[in-house]
Design a protein around this ligand. Sequence first.
Ligand SMILES: NC(=O)c1ccc[n+]([C@@H]2O[C@H](COP(=O)([O-])OP(=O)(O)OC[C@H]3O[C@@H](n4cnc5c(N)ncnc54)[C@H](O)[C@@H]3O)[C@@H](O)[C@H]2O)c1
Length: 264
Amino acid sequence: MNPADEHSPFSLAGRRAALTGAMGRVGRGIARALALAGAETVLLDVDLSAADEVVAGLVDPAAVHCRRLDLTDLERLEQNISELERELGPIDIWINSAYPRTNRWGLPLERETPADWRANLDMQLNSYCLSSRAVARRMARRGSGSIVNLASIYGLVAPDFGVYQGTDKSMPGAYAAVKGGIVAYSRWLASYFGPRGVRVNVVCPGAVASGQQEPFLSQYNRRTLLGRMAGAEEIGHPVVFLASDAASYITGAVLPIDGGLTAV
Ligand SMILES: NC(=O)c1ccc[n+]([C@@H]2O[C@H](COP(=O)([O-])OP(=O)(O)OC[C@H]3O[C@@H](n4cnc5c(N)ncnc54)[C@H](O)[C@@H]3O)[C@@H](O)[C@H]2O)c1
């Protein structure tokens, strides 16, 4: 069955889908999957310098809108979402894939200050929670809608720091707090708004391939059951599934997309 066929439950034909962080590594994969499923796609990002390139890669560039949105402008979120809907019409699907972080993000625990911690939780966790909440309230008034938030395997399990051995990379503890918080709050929203027709789900991707270097690459790959990292579209398609009517009885779900890393 062709997912863009409007009679397929997997189709997003006739749906308006807004995606934050649309210019990012994962966002681009989700944008391609949304377009392939026939959605009218609203690409939101704080930096639209790559917009022409991203839009050109989509199956129907005419069905795409690009708008600047700073997801961390928490005080203006309600107003910005309201303006978007006034301009483009009701948003049926909202997907958070933005990845705002401070320029000190990623410091080892010993050098991370309380201000670093607070700023990143505000940017990464509060932006997802407050935007989902604002969108869900609007969807609830219309009696339907679907939200998908991007968490991570590190919202489910702790990192095996062995995968970073021999590299200068690590995984900040604040990421666990952010992603675990997104998982828990998305479930809370699913419970609160379920009776009013709004579904809220979370995906937990593992690492997405982007030219990562050895020895991290093979150390990480060994932790997965499939022996490799994800392609961005391999995140996009499950997100589209959760957003679609094919998932009409799925809410409050947390879906790992991790090549089996969290299964063992
Ligand atoms: N890449 C991975 O391996 C991976 C793995 C697991 C989970 N994730 C999650 O997927 C999501 C996307 O990650 P990514 O790898 O695509 O990140 P990325 O850095 O490649 O892209 C993030 C995008 O968000 C945009 N952005 C930054 N600040 C913003 C703001 N204030 N408002 C709106 N947009 C803003 C950036 O301009 C960029 O286009 C994040 O939630 C991340 O935690 C990524």
